[in-house]
Design a binder for this molecule. Structure first.
Ligand code: ADP
Ligand code: MG
Length: 292
């Protein structure tokens, strides 16, 4: 590739909101046959909100929401923000937390009002010796609608579940369709539950889903696809996406995402939308055909 045509491509990209940091990313983008895409914040708005609180007989909804919000206020996870916002909107006074810990990709734990409160995935509660099964049927019903379901344990028992919805971005369906029409296989990659992930994927016509993936395994999924001879682009926004962005042939960071994600990617999509991926591919094709 001549430096001149790359410079022209980089300049045109900037005008389209596609910031190219790495010339190789621009060169490779046209050859991409597989797009691995993070769900939360990339396919979806990344601005989740609580839609339902279900409790066991021992708790009132507001009491549980208060305890859970107490722990989540110490977390910066988007799910935590949704829970704290719901408690605030319900007019609840959020109590302080002590002994806070946040195992990555699992949930949060802390002491609130002298009770040990754990909030996170069903498997997180199980790992912590709490049986979540009393609420599994209700959890699966909510997941089938595409909601993310968070379990809460208070002391030694499951106390409730919180359904959190994160709508798909308005521009996502058309962008996924355009990529598929160009022969790009789209693979959803998420730490979220399989049932929730599949409900969202089905709506978007995505048939490959890698769910319940721990943050440090996201890059392994990218490496596995590359080792099958595929040319892989990865799109994501989170701290937990950074290693996968770096492991891909082309890393695409959402401009709305975290600094680490942006630093790990060759291309940043300023608008933070999948539409930018379609643009980046067209730009790459145009640049490379100028060169040929
Ligand atoms: P994603 O890949 O969808 O961005 P993460 O890897 O950040 O997801 O988290 C995976 C799962 O861990 C979440 O779906 C949730 O069940 C649980 N989790 C992580 N952080 C929190 C938190 N602060 N509060 C509740 N649950 C959490
Ligand atoms: Mg994300």
């Amino acid at each position: 590739a001549t430096p001149m045509s790359i410079m022209v491509g980089v300049g045109r990209g900037a005008g389209l909101g596609v910031l190219i940091k790495n010339a190789e990313a621009l060169e490779r983008m046209e050859k991409v046959d597989t797009l691995v895409v993070d769900k939360t914040g990339t396919l979806t708005e990344g601005n989740p909100s609580v839609t339902q609180v279900v409790t066991t007989a021992e708790f009132e909804q507001d009491d549980l929401l208060r305890l859970v919000a107490g722990v989540e206020r110490a977390s910066e996870h988007p799910l935590a923000t949704a829970i704290v916002n719901a408690a605030t909107q319900a007019g609840l006074t959020i109590p302080d937390v002590a002994d806070f810990d946040a195992p990555v990709g699992k949930g949060v734990i802390g002491t609130v009002e002298q009770r040990q409160v754990r909030v996170g995935s069903a498997s997180f509660l199980t790992d912590e010796g709490i049986d979540p099964s009393a609420l599994s049927t209700q959890a699966d019903q909510l997941r089938a609608d595409g909601a993310t379901v968070i379990f809460a344990g208070v002391d030694a028992r499951v106390a409730g579940i919180i359904a959190i919805a994160d709508p798909v971005k308005e521009t996502t369906p058309a962008a996924v369709e355009a990529l598929r029409a160009e022969g790009v296989e789209v693979v959803m990659l998420t730490g979220d539950n399989r049932v929730t992930a599949q409900a969202v994927a089905r709506r978007l016509g995505i048939d490959q889903v890698e769910a319940e993936v721990m943050p440090d395994h996201k890059a392994d999924v990218v490496m596995r696809l590359r080792s099958q001879g595929r040319v892989v682009a990865m799109a994501g926004d989170g701290v937990n996406d950074a290693p996968a962005l770096a492991a891909a042939d082309v890393g695409l960071a959402m401009g709305s995402g975290t600094d680490v994600a942006i630093e790990s990617a060759g291309i940043t999509l300023l608008k933070g939308e999948m539409t930018g991926i379609v643009r980046a591919r067209k730009l790459s094709e145009a640049t490379m055909s100028n060169i040929r």
